[in-house]
Ligand binder design. Structure first.
Ligand SMILES: Cc1ncc(COP(=O)(O)O)c(C=O)c1O
Length: 400
């Protein structure tokens, strides 16, 4: 009845087919590698209980009140301090930190303050579905940069930028998930991180470093964040509590140059006035009292085992012609099937065999690369991982 009254922006919003397909994966007897959920066993329920009781007794009124749009100052200070001491970011103080209702909100705010229709946004191919959703209403034009096992191919990036410059086009930003990328599970090498920052400097570009998984490293050597390599204040860093505490808090933060923070604050005021104060106080205590640093290794232990089981099962059961990434952390790995296999057409057959994945084409703006899929290893039980990979291998074999 109201369809005709919707704004042009609302009319352009479409439910993604992927969400429809994901509904199928929620049947109870299906082993799903499709979700993007942390394992509930990783939630620090008891610690949060203790913190909440303490806080209600000591700071109850403050944590139940509205807060400033920027976020609770003592929480911003705690995050700035951690960013300097643990991540090695330079010149970060409270003014550079904006508390967000999820990093998804950060992406939306960045689109709102930077993107005019047609502006070029550089993304990794494949990329996080949520950026495509967050940016949708602002109608950017995407330039996709392929990845390999070492993350975004920065040589290709440089070539693309050179070409764009010759055409008189200056992109608005480079969006990257350099560490344990969603969906591909790969990590950008140090060499490429440095190269990316050199290129950003040469072409005077903003870099958005989305980092929900960086703390969840199971193997390999820690690498510096792009923000830690940033000597020119051109990196916007997005961190979140979703994967290291609990996503139900909807709590994340942006670390950025002050003028970007100030503009995002204005944009955020129209959305939610402020991020939930209750959660900010809890997360502040979780960080300040050292619980976070003690909790992360327990998540890593849980997920590392699951990654190892999935990799072993893939090695054992998947056909030779199929390739997959071997993530050093995070929650996902990426499977590339032979060209002739269409993971979208195969999906109903997988559902019939009671196993599910996310169709890889969902992670590309043009919905191409049909022969790919994303597998999540953090949510299923260890037994489900073994059984699910076996079932999926049978489904793939039948296609070959
Ligand atoms: C790359 C990436 N960015 C952002 C988000 C959103 O996280 P949040 O829960 O902080 O909104 C996710 C969640 O899966 C993600 O994978």
């Amino acid at each position: 009845m109201w369809e005709n009254e919707f704004s042009e922006i609302a009319k352009a919003l479409k439910a993604s087919e992927i969400r429809e397909l994901l509904k199928l994966t929620q049947q109870p007897d299906i082993i799903s590698f499709a979700g993007g959920l942390p394992n509930p066993k990783s939630f620090p329920v008891n610690i949060i209980g203790e913190i909440v009781n303490d806080l209600l007794e000591n700071e109850g009124a403050k944590m139940l009140q509205y807060g400033s749009t920027e976020g609770v100052n003592s929480f911003r200070d705690a995050l700035a301090e951690r960013a300097v001491n643990v991540y090695g970011f330079k010149n970060v103080s409270r003014e550079n930190v904006l508390i967000l209702s999820g990093s998804q909100q950060g992406l939306y705010l960045l689109a709102k303050i930077f993107i005019n229709p047609g502006d070029v946004v550089i993304i990794e191919a494949p990329t996080y579905i949520g950026i495509l959703t967050a940016f949708q209403s602002y109608k950017p034009s995407y330039v996709e940069i392929e990845m390999d096992d070492y993350g975004m191919d920065t040589t290709l990036l440089e070539e693309k930028l050179k070409k764009l410059k010759a055409e008189g086009v200056k992109p608005k930003m480079i969006y990257t998930i350099p560490t344990f990328q969603n969906p591909a599970g790969v990590t950008m090498s140090l060499e490429r991180r440095k190269h990316l920052m050199e290129i950003a400097s040469e072409y005077d570009l903003l870099v958005v470093e989305d980092d929900p998984y960086g703390e969840l490293r199971f193997s390999g050597e820690a690498l510096p964040h792009l923000k830690a390599l940033d000597t020119e204040d051109r990196v916007v860093y997005l961190g979140t509590f979703s994967k290291i505490m609990a996503p139900g808090f909807r709590l994340a933060y942006m670390i950025a140059p002050e003028e970007i923070i100030r503009k995002c604050v204005l944009a955020k005021q129209g959305i939610d006035l402020c991020t939930n104060t209750f959660g900010q106080y809890i997360a502040r205590e979780f960080v300040r009292k050292g619980y976070l640093d003690k909790h992360i290794p327990t998540i890593i232990e849980l997920y590392k085992e699951k990654r190892d089981i999935m990799l072993d099962s893939l090695d054992e059961h998947f056909p030779e012609s199929v390739h997959w990434t071997r993530p050093d952390g995070g929650m996902f790995l990426w499977v590339t099937l032979p060209d002739k296999v269409d993971a979208e057409k195969m999906f109903p057959k997988a559902i019939e065999k009671k196993v599910a994945y996310v169709i890889g084409s969902a992670f590309y703006p043009k919905r191409d690369h049909k022969n790919t899929m994303r597998l999540n290893f953090t949510y299923p039980t260890n037994e489900q991982i073994k059984e699910g990979v076996k079932r999926l291998a049978d489904v793939i074999r039948a296609e070959l």
